[in-house]
Design a protein around this ligand. Structure first.
Ligand code: ZN
Ligand code: ZN
Length: 244
């Protein structure tokens, strides 16, 4: 039931769809109009049982990359296909510090029951930013996402376990091979790195593109003795034609 205060606020400050800006009747997240809501593509089975890459048909199975052992993590899952309106929400979060989309992303994660895919972690690690980028941006979007979207695991979030050394070039400008080179030795253990051995880890990031960022983090964590490494990203970019 909407409260009187909530109804009054909606009347005075009418909420708008975060995708297209249309006026909405109520400010209860997700703040998406029916049209933008219908354009969301949730990533559901059939998926690669390890990295979560979606398949057009069939049952869950391992993709070629996972069969070849390319991934150092045990499981990766993303909520949505990275495209508008979700990409707009994430870009707004990342580059303009507009946090309005967080409650909407949290509501979508809850509605989809995404967390059921993951084991209860011992440590939740947001993929770190290099300190120069952190200073320029003012916040790490992966940390903000972890805090706001996983309230039940908030106490497990640790920001001094993984460190990012080099201000890597933006991955979006690079090819797959260059991405891997750009990231090699980009991460290491921070001052609380000794907490990793024998633990179940949940890595959080905003977007899974080629997986190289979370894979590099996973390699470092694996070497430090992590027992299990799972990866949650809000969205995943997909090559054209992967989904029908
Ligand atoms: Zn809309
Ligand atoms: Zn896979």
């Amino acid at each position: 039931m909407p409260t009187l205060g909530g109804a009054l606020k909606d009347l005075l400050f009418p909420p708008h769809c975060l995708g297209c800006g249309h006026r909405l009747a109520a400010s209860r997240p997700p703040l998406l109009c029916p049209c933008c809501n219908a354009s969301l593509t949730f990533l559901r089975s059939p998926l690669c049982s390890c990295c979560g890459r979606p398949f057009a048909a069939g049952a869950d199975h391992l993709c070629g990359d996972c069969l070849a052992g390319h991934h150092a993590f045990d499981l990766a899952r993303s909520l949505l296909h990275y495209r508008p309106p979700v990409s707009n929400l994430i870009l707004a979060l990342k580059f303009t510090g507009n946090l309005n989309g967080l409650a909407t992303l949290r509501a979508l994660i809850e509605r989809e029951g995404l967390l059921a895919a993951f084991r209860e972690p011992d440590l939740v690690l947001p993929v770190p930013l290099h300190r120069d980028r952190l200073r320029a941006r003012g916040f790490n979007q992966a940390l903000v996402l972890a805090r706001e979207c996983l309230p039940q695991w908030r106490r497990k979030i640790a920001i001094d376990v993984l460190l990012r050394h080099r201000p890597a070039l933006p991955q979006s400008l690079l090819s797959g091979k260059e991405r891997r080179r750009n990231l090699s030795k980009a991460f290491s253990l921070g001052q609380s790195g000794d907490r990793v051995a024998g633990t179940k880890i949940l890595l959080i990031d905003d977007v899974y593109t080629t997986g190289s960022t979370v894979n590099e983090c996973s390699r470092v964590l694996r070497r430090a003795g992590a027992e299990r490494i799972e990866v949650l990203t809000v969205a995943r970019s997909l090559a054209p034609g992967i989904l029908p």
